[in-house]
Ligand binder design. Sequence first.
Ligand SMILES: Nc1ccn([C@@H]2O[C@H](COP(=O)(O)OP(=O)(O)OP(=O)(O)O)[C@@H](O)[C@H]2O)c(=O)n1
Ligand SMILES: C[C@](O)(CO)[C@H](O)COP(=O)(O)O
Length: 229
Amino acid sequence: MKYQVVVPAAGQGKRMQAGKNKQFIELVGKPVIIHTLMVFEQDEDCAGVILVVNENERVVFEELVLKHSIHKVSSIVSGGLERQHSVYNGLLAVDGVEIVLVHDGARPFVKQQLLSKLVSAASESGAAIAGVPVKDTIKKATNANKVVETVERSSLWAVQTPQAFRVSILKQAHEKAVEDDFLGTDEASLVERLDHEVIIVESDYQNIKLTTPEDLVFAEAILQKWKGI
Ligand SMILES: Nc1ccn([C@@H]2O[C@H](COP(=O)(O)OP(=O)(O)OP(=O)(O)O)[C@@H](O)[C@H]2O)c(=O)n1
Ligand SMILES: C[C@](O)(CO)[C@H](O)COP(=O)(O)O
C-alpha cells in the first residue's frame, strides 16, 4: 500500500554538541539525513517524502537532496519550535494517501522491511509504531534520585520511529493536542489521547536515534557491520 512519510529534520541537535544540525554530520561520506532519505528513496511504496527543515537551512537541504538524487522529496516545509509542531506542519502537506509514516531524520538505520510491516499494521489498526523490548531495568525516582519503584520490564518497550497512522487519525490527534495545549514526545502519545489503539511492531536495536556524541560511534560500527564499509 502506498504511503507518504513526514521526516522531521528541523531540530537544533543540542545534545549532539556538534555545533550544527546533526542531520548534516557525515557518516562514511554521506550526511545523516541522506542515509535516512535513501531508505525511502528505495521503497517503491513510498509515494513522497515531506521533509521538515529549519527555514534558515532550507537551501542546504535542497542542495543535498539534489546532489544525492533524492527524487522522492515531494515537499520541503518549515519546522516549528518543538518536534510535534514540525511534524504537524509536515502532516498538513500530506496528500493523496491513506497512510502516513513519521520518521525522525536522525534515525538513518531503519530497515526497509520494517516499513511494509508498519504500513500494513496501520492500515489494519489505524496506528502502528516501531519499538524494541527494553533491555535495562527501568526505575522511577524522585527529583532527589531516590528510587520510587522498579517498573515491571516484561511489558516495557523502547519506542522508535517510524510511526504509521491513518492520516485522518493523526490529524485528529494533532488537532486535539493543539486544543488541549498538549505536547508529547512522539505521535503515538497524541493518538493514545483519542483512546485509539496503537500497535507496536517489533523493530531492531540498530534503529537508533543519533542524539548524543557516542551515538556516532555506534553509527560507524553499524555501517561497518551493515555495509562492510
Ligand atoms: N523542533 C524540532 C525538534 C526536532 N525535530 C526533529 O525531530 C527528530 C528527533 O528529535 P531530536 O533527536 O530531539 O533532535 P533535536 O531536537 O535536533 O536534538 P536536541 O533535542 O538534542 O536539540 C530529529 O530528526 C529532529 O531534527 C524537528 O524536526 N523539529
Ligand atoms: C519520537 C521518538 O524518536 C520516539 O522514541 C522520540 O520520542 C523523539 O524524542 P526527541 O527528544 O524529540 O528526540
